[in-house]
Ligand binder design. Structure first.
Ligand code: HSE
Length: 337
């Protein structure tokens, strides 16, 4: 499979490392033989139809800070229209999330789908802002759009609801969808101040580049809208989510909750088909009451009742594993084994 990678940051580089370490068993187990034919970062692109040497690309990126410096026979640096002009099967859209206008993710995804490429993205912006129209465009162009890594990092929250609960009707969901705020609230419960807890989370590399996106609940709201569209068939955007972040959660409020054997958590949920993100008191015995950077979501379905999925919700390698999962799914669906 010929792939274009757009965005060669933490997730993109982790994906390259994952492919390098798994190439033999990816082919023998899944029949997947990924060949990266183009890689684009902020400074430009390298295009190499015979396939880019990934170890060399990782080394160049580390030393020079950009993929543009990659040199090899048959490869060229390009400026414009790389996604549209390069022959490939799948676009991996791994640019950082922009929740204001979804760019450059939206344009990359549209260019790829219009030129007949399947798309895998870890970018929450395009989906949080334009889920229904992007799905429509994917259907119109007869390509797949997959985005497992946008919710739960490597934890297959979307697949769990969509595939494992297939046939049942999801009535609602409720959970912790943001690792940074969960980490901050957990550390505050242990007596740390908000500021130092946030600094810790940033050092762990899980916070968004602009931490307000986590703290003010935007990241969780984006994920709530993605789940609502994909799993419950709603046609909503992040703008439809009622959102309150954790900035006003005090140590006193946390201590009071603890006396009742509860914790304060930033919860994303549906309630009577309304989409909500807000800090809530959750019983310590509730399975979604997980600590640290974990995510946890309980789905309530019509016939099978409540099921909870828990796992790590962020991280380069974790999210790269979700990209690989999506790639295998595309391979299985399109190039039917
Ligand atoms: N900032 C996000 C989080 C990263 O803390 O959960 C994963 O989407």
């Amino acid at each position: 499979m010929r792939l274009i990678i757009v965005g060669f940051g933490n997730v993109g580089q982790s994906f390259a490392k994952l492919i390098l370490s798994r190439s033999a068993d990816l082919y023998s187990t899944y029949g997947v033989n990924p060949r990266i034919v183009a890689c684009i970062d902020k400074k430009g692109a390298v295009v190499c139809p015979s396939g880019i040497d990934l170890q060399k690309l990782l080394d160049i990126k580390k030393i020079k800070g950009t993929v543009v410096e990659y040199r090899s026979e048959g490869c060229k640096s390009l400026e414009d229209d790389v996604v549209e002009q390069t022959d490939s099967d799948v676009l991996l859209e791994l640019t950082p999330t922009n929740l204001q206008n979804g760019e450059p993710g939206i344009s990359n995804i549209i260019s790829a789908m219009r030129s007949g490429k399947h798309v895998i993205t870890t970018n929450k912006g395009p989906l949080a802002l334009a889920f229904p129209s992007l799905m429509e465009l994917a259907n119109y162009n007869n390509v797949m759009l997959r985005f497992s890594g946008t919710v739960g990092g490597g934890t297959p929250i979307l697949e769990f609801a969509k595939r494992c609960l297939k046939g049942d009707r999801i009535l609602s969901f409720k959970g912790i969808l943001n690792g940074t705020t969960n980490y901050v609230l957990t550390r505050m419960e242990q007596g740390l101040s908000f500021e130092s807890a946030l600094r810790d989370a940033q050092e762990k590399g899980i916070a968004e580049a602009t931490p307000e996106l986590d703290i003010d609940g935007y990241d969780a709201a984006a994920k709530v809208s993605i789940i609502a569209n994909w799993v419950m068939g709603m046609k909503k955007t992040i703008c439809d989510v009622e959102r309150i972040g954790i900035a006003e959660v005090t140590l006193e409020r946390i201590e009071e909750a603890q006396k009742r054997n509860n914790s304060i958590k930033l919860i994303g949920m549906t309630e009577n088909r309304k989409l909500i993100v807000r800090p809530m008191e959750v019983s310590k015995f509730d399975p979604i009451c997980v600590n640290g950077t974990l995510n946890a979501v309980t789905f309530s379905s019509e016939h099978s009742g409540q099921q909870t999925i828990i796992g790590r919700g962020a991280g380069g390698m974790e999210t790269a594993s979700a990209v690989l999962r999506d790639l295998i799914e595309i391979k299985n669906s399109v190039y039917e084994m």
